[in-house]
Write a protein that binds this ligand. Structure first.
Ligand code: SF4
Length: 176
C-alpha cells in the first residue's frame, strides 16, 4: 500500500479493457453515452499496445501494434486520478491490471522481468502479505493474457480501428 505502482505513469501504462471501463464507469455512476464520453476524456487516454499472435497453421507469428486505452495521469509525480491519500479510491472497481499485479503474464513468464520489477517495488522485495499457490498465480496470468487476447481479436476484427471498438473515444483523445 505504498501507492508507488499508482504513480510514475510515464514509465508505463495502466491498461483498461472493456469490462474495466464499464465497471469503473458504473461505480462512478456515469450515465449515458455523453457521460461515458466525458468520463473517458477526463480519466482515460489512447495508448500504444501490442500483442504477439501466430495464426493457426502459420510458420511464424508477428507482433501486432495497435491502440488501446490507459489511465491518464496527473500531477508532477504522474499519479492515477483515483489515488487519494496514497490509497485507491476505487478499490472495488479497479481495473484487472491493478487487481492482478504482480501476477501479470510478462512477470510470471520471465524471471528477468520479475527481477527488474522487484528492484523498483518494495512490496515485491518484502514478500509479505497473502500467500498465493502456484496454480492461483498461473490463473491470474492466464486470465490477464485472455483479456488481452480478446481485445486483440476484437481490434483485429475491426481492422484495428479503436473508434469501432470504443465509440466513446473522441477525436480530442486521439489527438492527445
Ligand atoms: S485504479 Fe487504483 S490501484 Fe489502479 S492505478 Fe489507480 S489508484 Fe492505483
Amino acid at each position: 500500500m505504498c501507492g508507488k505502482c499508482c504513480t510514475g505513469f510515464n514509465e508505463g501504462e495502466v491498461y483498461l479493457y472493456k469490462e474495466d471501463i464499464l465497471r469503473l464507469a458504473k461505480h462512478l455512476n456515469v450515465r449515458g453515452n455523453k457521460g461515458l464520453r466525458d468520463f473517458a476524456e477526463t480519466y482515460l487516454k489512447v495508448v500504444n499496445d501490442s500483442f504477439f499472435w501466430k495464426e493457426p497453421g502459420a510458420e511464424r507469428g508477428k507482433t501486432y501494434r495497435f491502440k488501446s486505452i490507459g489511465f491518464k495521469f496527473t500531477g508532477d509525480d504522474e499519479h492515477c486520478h483515483f489515488l487519494k491519500n496514497n490509497k485507491c479510491s476505487v478499490h472495488v472497481a479497479r481495473p484487472f491490471q491493478c487487481r492482478s499485479f504482480p501476477f501479470w503474464q510478462m512477470m510470471v513468464s520471465s524471471k528477468k522481468n520479475f527481477d527488474n520489477y522487484t528492484k523498483k517495488c518494495k512490496g515485491l522485495q518484502l514478500l509479505q502479505g497473502k500467500f498465493y499457490k502456484r496454480e492461483e498465480i498461473l490463473k491470474w496470468a492466464k486470465d490477464e493474457y485472455e483479456i488481452e487476447k480478446k481485445y486483440f481479436f476484437e481490434m483485429k476484427k475491426h481492422n484495428f480501428n479503436i473508434l469501432k471498438v470504443y465509440p466513446f473515444v473522441s477525436k480530442k483523445m486521439l489527438q492527445e
